[in-house]
Design a protein around this ligand. Sequence first.
Ligand code: ZN
Length: 430
Amino acid sequence: MITITAAVQCSAVQCSAVQCSAVQFMPDSRLTAKPGRATVANLRNSRGKFFATHKMPPNKTFWEYYFDRAGKSHLIPAEYTSALKKWNATRSNCPSLENTLENLIDVIPPEWRALANNLFAGRVLDGEANATAWTEKQAGIIEINAQYSFILTDYVHVFDRFRDYIAKLVEMAYSCDPASETPLLEEAQKLSQELSLHWSEIEEKRKDWADISLVQPGGTPKSRTSNPSRAKVLSDVESVCEEFIIAHELSHHLLGHTVSRRDKKKAKEAVDQALTESDSADLLTGINRSQQDELQADLLAYLIVARAIDSLPDFGYLYRSIFGSTIALLSLAHLNGNWAHESSSTHPGFDKRFQLISRLTFWLSVNRPRDADRGHPLGQLSQLAAFSSIAYQSYDANVKKVELNQGNVNSVCLWLLKQSGSLSDAIPDS
Ligand SMILES: [Zn+2]
């Protein structure tokens, strides 16, 4: 039985309604650390090794290489062409990845920066839709497959539709007759039918996601918005997902999972302290070493993205970390069917990984009042728990070749609406 549950330590925020039925686990090697020899990397070696291994031209950005290879250079928007030509690969073959890695280096403790400064982050076309951290032959490398980024984009857009749907539901809940739930249920059903169309598209595309030969520029999925102002917001949240992924791989390096385990004391101490204070140490017991490494990397990445290593984070960063971590891990679970814990796998199931996210969020926010917009990280967490539950139901229905059960989707959404009352009881007024 999988329970995708938020705010697990708070009795006032009951999430047991968000339950899914049992699934078969399929092992995978996503978001993994490739073991390498214990060598010291420097940035020059890391960069050289990256381009040589992937047989990519070091004088081109990933995007020029990608469009050239597909014979579609004419699709690069004119406003980007000269900027791409002038750009030099220093820390990455992609401007946005370089920006992400540099921002992360700026926010980690100074004593971790010597190691992080020697890492190269590359976007690649070959391999599977995942991200990896590896150190071989004196090279510290983080790589992310382009297909994984495209999957994240699709997922972010479906989440945006879900957010719209919940907003409409809340509006209806406030305007309908409080004595009767019937009209609300009927309206909710209509809206969720609309929502299920986007899930159908995700299931349709999932077959192609795993096929790396189909990574081609120029396609625009139907679920993507055509609203330019919304597109900008969504592009920002997509980059938050990538930030979590890069931070996860960076954390494998910082924690010594990729090379010698010596000299990683400070990062390990930060993880151990967070595990104790968030009452999460039990999540790492009874699982294999590789799964422990993954949860540690998730935890450290969450803290880095939330800017929570040495201080209590602002809600703005916390929202980014909760969203980026959940969507990045959820999209991989959906791609691979990696929902439930399986003792022999190299990676924990999504249920365990999301439990860790929930406990960290609870630890960092439950004693704090809502923000100026009446938002709260536990409210966002509930929303993502509901979204994750529907994602799982969509996956499960597709595997069983049945329709997505609208009744279950409605129950999850109505559960989410009722959460706001429970949340108010759980957090301080001001
Ligand atoms: Zn990993």
